[in-house]
Design a protein around this ligand. Structure first.
Ligand SMILES: Cc1ncc(C[n+]2csc(CCOP(=O)(O)OP(=O)(O)O)c2C)c(N)n1
Length: 309
C-alpha cells in the first residue's frame, strides 16, 4: 500500500530519487522479518522499502527520505536506495549489487565475537548472486560459522535481462551448498511458507549452527526502476505477469486467514483504513518537512584523512 501511494505521487515530481518498487515481492520481506528480534541486524539493497518497513523502520522518516527532507531516515541525503534506521537495527541499503552482503557478515562476526545471540540478515537479488563478493561472504561465514542468514530474492530479472541469459541452468541456492552452507529453495509467493522456512533458519542460526542460505522465488510487477508497468519493452510479457499476479501473495494470505477464521472481511477493511491513514500522515509529514540546510552538505562525509568533517 505504501508503494501504491508512491506510484500515485511519483508523477508530481516531488520525489526526485530513483525508486525500485517491490510490489509483488511483499511475502519475502514480511515472512523473513516476522521472525526477527529488534536486535537482529538487517541489510538490504536498492529494492528495500519492504525490508525497511518489515523490520520496523519508521514510515514517516521513510517517506521524508524519499522527498529528500531533513527529517528523513538518512537526513534527506540518501533517498530510496540508502535507507537506515539504527533504532531497529535496519543497518542499511546500497545500490551496489552485493555491497551490503559482506557488511552483514561483518555484523555477524561482531555479534559472535561479543558472545551475543543476535543474528544478521542479508537480502539481495538474483543478479547480486553473480557478484564475486557473494562467494567471499559465504566462504568466510561458513568457515567461522557466523550467525548470518543470506536471503536471495530471485525475481528472474536483472533490469531487463532474464536469468536464463545470465546464469547456467542450476538453482542459485546451490551456490550456498558449494560453500558448505545449509541452503534451501522456497516459494517466495507464499507468505506462510516463507515464514516457516525462515523461522527454522533463524532458530538454527541463533543456536550457533552457522549461516543459512535461502533462495526465495518471487516476481516484481512494475518496471525495474520507477512506478510504471513495462511490458511494451519486450523483455517480458503481460501473460507472464498475469500468471504471477493471479498468485498475489497478499490475496493468498488474506484468503488463508479468512478460511482459518482468524480474520474477517471487516477486520481486513479496518486494517486497510488504518494503514491508509498512517500513509496519509507520513506523506503530509514528508511534504511539510524542511529540506536539509546547506551546511549539512559535508556532515557525515569523510575527508581524505578519514576524519569526519
Ligand atoms: C556492482 C553493480 N553492477 C551493476 C549494477 C547495475 N544494476 C543496478 S540494478 C541491477 C540489477 C539488479 O538485479 P537483482 O540483483 O536481481 O535485483 P532486482 O533489481 O531484480 O530486485 C544492475 C545490474 C550495480 N548497481 N552494481
Amino acid at each position: 500500500m505504501v508503494e501504491e501511494k508512491i506510484v500515485e505521487l511519483y508523477p508530481e515530481q516531488e520525489i526526485r530519487c530513483p525508486t525500485h518498487l517491490s510490489i509483488g515481492e511483499e511475502a519475502t520481506a514480511v515472512g523473513v522479518c516476522e521472525n526477527l528480534r529488534q536486535d537482529d541486524m538487517v541489510f538490504g539493497y536498492h529494492r528495500s522499502h519492504a525490508h525497511y518497513l518489515a523490520k520496523g523502520g519508521n514510515l514517516k522518516a521513510f517517506m521524508a527520505e524519499l522527498y529528500g527532507k531533513a527529517t528523513g531516515c538518512s537526513r534527506g541525503k540518501g533517498g530510496s536506495m540508502h535507507l537506515i534506521d539504527i533504532s531497529v537495527n535496519f543497518l542499511g541499503t546500497t545500490p551496489i549489487l552485493g555491497g551490503t552482503v559482506p557488511l552483514a557478515v561483518g555484523a555477524a562476526l561482531s555479534s559472535q565475537m561479543q558472545g551475543k545471540d543476535n543474528i544478521a540478515v542479508a537480502f539481495f537479488g538474483d543478479a547480486a548472486a553473480e557478484e564475486g563478493i557473494i562467494h567471499e561472504s559465504l566462504n568466510f561465514a561458513s568457515l567461522k560459522k557466523l550467525p548470518v542468514l543470506f536471503v536471495c530474492e530471485n525475481n528472474l530479472y536483472s533490469v531487463q535481462t532474464p536469468l536464463s541469459a545470465r546464469q547456467p541452468e542450476r538453482e542459485i541456492y546451490l551456490l550456498g551448498k558449494a560453500h558448505a552452507v545449509d541452503s534451501y529453495l522456497a516459494d517466495g509467493y507464499d507468505a506462510l511458507k516463507v515464514y516457516e522456512i525462515a523461522k527454522k533458519a533463524v532458530e538454527k542460526i541463533r543456536a550457533g549452527n552457522g549461516p543459512i542460505f535461502l533462495e526465495l522465488l518471487t516476481y516484481r510487477w512494475r518496471e525495474h526502476c520507477g512506478p510504471n508497468y513495462d511490458f511494451e519493452l519486450g523483455y517480458r510479457n503481460e501473460v507472464e505477469f498475469l500468471k504471477w499476479k493471479e498468485k498475489d501473495p497478499i490475496k493468498k494470505l488474506k484468503e488463508e486467514m479468512l478460511e482459518a477464521n482468524i480474520l474477517s472481511n471487516e477486520e481486513f477493511e479496518g486494517m486497510r483504513e488504518e494503514i491508509n491513514r498512517e500513509i496519509e500522515d507520513a506523506v503530509s509529514f514528508a511534504k511539510d518537512s524542511p529540506f536539509p540546510e546547506k551546511d549539512e552538505l559535508y556532515s557525515n562525509v569523510y575527508s581524505e584523512q578519514g576524519h569526519e568533517k
